[in-house]
Design a protein around this ligand. Structure first.
Ligand code: DGJ
Length: 732
């Protein structure tokens, strides 16, 4: 059978159909290359002088021949030339923002790429790859543009492969993954800003003429201030269920740059790729440079549909084990911080069992001897068990876990080093720092130089040793708390390759880990959500959205992530942040992958009983939450009550989450909320679940048609007395 692997890459010889198209230009006419998915078409045009342009991105037409008419209908050029090149070069005819700019071996900076041929590879019934070869006519320099489509999901991944055969290195001054040209009357950009504990704060604005750039220059933990996700609504801001909207995400865990330029002819020119800031890339002759992928989806049915497309695609093709299950867990970070020993941990393992979750996750603080990790100022890099805290090593914990019939997982931060560590003493040249300047720290630590293969071996070894020594280890939380200051590598010959090679080095390590441990659950954490993107997520089963676990804040944070990432990947832990009661906190955490980080022993009996019951409820509805279709019903930014639901693919069961996010007088639900995604012809029984022991639900169990529930709806009766309400919807 034809397959693509979990990373969305071609595996082996699985090509079902491979068509090489050598376009011959007998007459002065354009050649049209349509790239179609279930609902959409992206149309490219090869002009008689062999320039490759993009002429359409929108709903697909029923007659492919009609695409030929499109190029003439819109204005793609002006006084200075064409604006709609499919991969805009610099130094020749194009004077708009380029997708690629180079300095040739002889110092010349001109590039003009002309169409050579294209191939279409059908990978399976859903996935096809279009590769277009472009070459410069003066220099031996070529680029292949790749468009990999996921037909049923309406998703495209786009990337370029750059190569040359010049006499010396060519310097890539800009090397984007994708260059799109979209035409609409107006463009509305929704993008995000943030900081520690303030992830995913949205802003939406109409794009005016000129350039707007979303970018990061932070190196590692690159999304701390801004993630590489955005959406653009065409003609008017899309709503949840209406409007044309495109979502984009650069699959890159380092510095990114997304240029959105409304050109003089009112097209939106979109260029997404690695940030070229301080990152001119020296490319050797004959070596292929593959840019990261830029993934996007377009729909004319609003934001909800765009999310479901991307979420389905991610579960099917990108995140590890996206269609599998996840482990509920108890984490000790906020209950112990660095202060624990074997006895305390043995108690927590018992609590894990008592709570009914699957795994105990030991967080930071378990390592370092010469420089014990008793705080965040020392020990990072020394991945030997701290003998004072754990005299019997990790084996003690895996054994205790087994005795309690739960699994065991552990925290690491293998890319980092404290100056107070044996690693730093032994290998100062492995550390990213300027040789002649004072060190600059974030959380008292520095970043290891992953461009160096020896460092890659070391980081791989941290993970590998843990698994080799502890075969029962069932989970890893991979943290990354520092950005890169003083970017300098003692290893790199060309310093400007460093930022890019750092991320490529990280991916090499993760590739090795996944080759040896293909399915083991790994959580992607970066001092919160400082590194959430599909470049990293193809190696991970889940991500940590934010250290901010105050549940009202989390509703907003998780809501915004949900536009781009599936719920199964969102690690949501119940903590003691904020003043909300335990029911509210647990209900919010149940919207994704449920975990706890509280002292179980401090819970009152009713609270403990509620948590245990909630873990069971969660297990009953995990199919809907993990693999179902998600429908956002009421936006917390526009309403007193946030409401979201998940429906299983067969539309037999759904769960609806409702939360009060405003404490003004009589805030709550006073009318029914319309459900979505059900089968109008089925009948469903609704009932409240996760009711706190000793309280009574105000929802009367009742049966309605799907039509009723989606036309009229139900009132979950959210009020200050019932601040979070979960409703189960089950087919009769
Ligand atoms: C930052 C993470 O976001 C936390 O969850 C915790 O693991 C700490 N690091 C540990 O140092």
């Amino acid at each position: 059978m034809n397959k693509i692997n979990s990373k969305g890459l071609l595996t082996g010889a699985i090509i079902a159909l491979y068509v090489l198209c050598n376009v011959s230009f007998t007459k002065a006419q354009d050649v049209i290359i349509p790239i179609e998915t279930k609902e959409n078409a992206l149309v490219l045009q090869v002009t008689p002088d062999k320039l490759l342009n993009m002429v359409y991105f929108g709903s697909k037409l029923s007659d492919k021949n009609e695409y030929a008419a499109l190029a003439k209908l819109y204005q793609f050029g002006g006084t200075i030339g064409t604006y709609n090149n499919a991969y805009t070069t610099a130094g020749t005819r194009n004077l708009m923002e380029p997708a690629i700019a180079v300095t040739h071996a002889d110092g010349n900076k001109s590039l003009e790429l002309k169409y050579v041929n294209h191939t279409v590879t059908k990978i399976n019934d859903d996935v096809s790859l279009l590769s277009i070869s472009l070459k410069d006519s003066v220099y031996d320099f070529e680029v292949t543009l790749n468009y990999q489509t996921y037909y049923n999901e309406d998703v495209t991944e786009q990337w370029s492969v750059i190569k040359h055969h010049e006499k010396k290195d060519v310097v890539l001054n800009k090397y984007a993954s994708a260059n799109l040209c979209i035409h609409a009357n107006s463009y509305w950009l929704k993008h995000y800003h943030g900081d520690w504990a303030k992830e995913m704060r949205p802003e939406e604005e109409q794009l005016n003429h000129g350039l707007k750039t979303l970018d990061s220059k932070l190196g590692s933990r690159a999304d701390l201030f801004q993630p590489p996700v955005f959406m653009v609504s065409l003609n008017k801001p899309a709503t949840e269920d209406e409007g044309e909207v495109m979502y984009g995400n650069l699959e890159w865990s380092g510095n990114f740059r997304i240029d959105l330029e409304v050109d003089p002819a009112n097209n939106l020119r979109l260029i997404a790729g690695i940030n070229n800031f301080a990152a001119d890339y020296n490319l050797k002759a004959g070596v292929e440079f593959a840019t990261p992928k830029f993934v996007y989806t377009l729909t004319n049915k609003g934001k909800g549909e765009a999310s479901r497309n991307l979420q389905t695609w991610a579960r099917k093709y990108k995140i590890v084990d996206g269609n599998g299950s996840r482990l509920t867990l108890l984490n000790n970070w906020e209950s112990t911080y660095f202060d624990f020993n074997e006895d305390k941990l043995a108690g927590l393992l018992k609590d894990t069992k008592k709570l009914g979750v699957d795994l105990f996750l030991l967080d930071d603080g378990w390592f370092g001897n010469k420089y014990p990790r008793n705080g965040d100022h020392a020990g990072l890099g020394d991945w030997q068990t701290n003998k004072a805290k754990l005299p019997n090593d990790i084996a003690f914990l895996t054994k205790e876990a087994k005795a309690n019939d739960v699994k065991f997982g552990i925290w690491i931060e293998p890319e980092m080093v404290n100056p107070k560590s044996e690693l730093y003493e032994k290998h100062p040249d492995w550390v990213v720092k300027q040789p002649q300047r004072p060190e600059i720290y974030m959380r008292n630590q520095l970043v290891l130089d992953l461009s160096n293969p020896k460092v890659q071996d070391f980081v791989f070894g941290v993970v590998d040793n843990l698994f080799v020594k502890n075969p029962d280890l069932a989970y890893i939380k991979w943290d990354c708390n520092s950005i890169i200051f003083n970017a300098y590598s003692a290893y790199e010959k060309n310093q400007s390759n460093f930022y890019t090679d750092y991320v490529l080095g990280l991916y090499k390590v993760l590739d090795r880990i996944r080759a040896k441990y293909p399915k083991v659950p790994l959580m992607l954490c970066s001092g919160g959500g400082g590194r959430v993107d599909y470049g990293a997520l193809k190696y991970f089963t889940e991500y940590w959205p934010s250290d901010n676990t105050e549940p009202i804040e989390r509703i907003f944070i998780q809501w915004e992530y949900s536009y781009f990432y599936p719920a199964i990947a969102s690690s949501n832990h119940v903590t003691d942040w904020g003043k909300q009661p335990i029911k509210f906190r647990v209900d919010v955490a149940m919207m994704g992958k449920l975990g706890f980080d509280i002292v179980i022993g401090k819970l009152k009996p009713a609270e403990l009983a509620f948590c245990q019951g909630a873990v069971n409820t969660y297990k009953q509805f995990s199919e809907e939450i993990w693999h179902g279709d998600q429908y956002r019903l009421q936006d917390p930014r526009e309403n007193d009550v946030a409401s979201i639901m998940y429906v299983d693919p067969a539309k037999t069961t759904a769960i609806m989450f409702n939360y009060l996010v405003n404490n003004r007088y009589q805030a709550g639900t006073h009318e029914p909320l319309r459900l979505k995604g059900l089968n109008p012809d089925k009948t469903y029984t609704i009932s409240e679940v996760n009711v706190f022991p000793g309280t009574r639900s105000t929802i009367t169990e009742a049966t309605y048609t799907g039509k009723f529930l989606m036309t009229i709806g139900i009132n979950p009766d959210v009020s200050e007395h019932r601040a979070s309400v979960l409703i189960a919807v089950k087919e009769n």
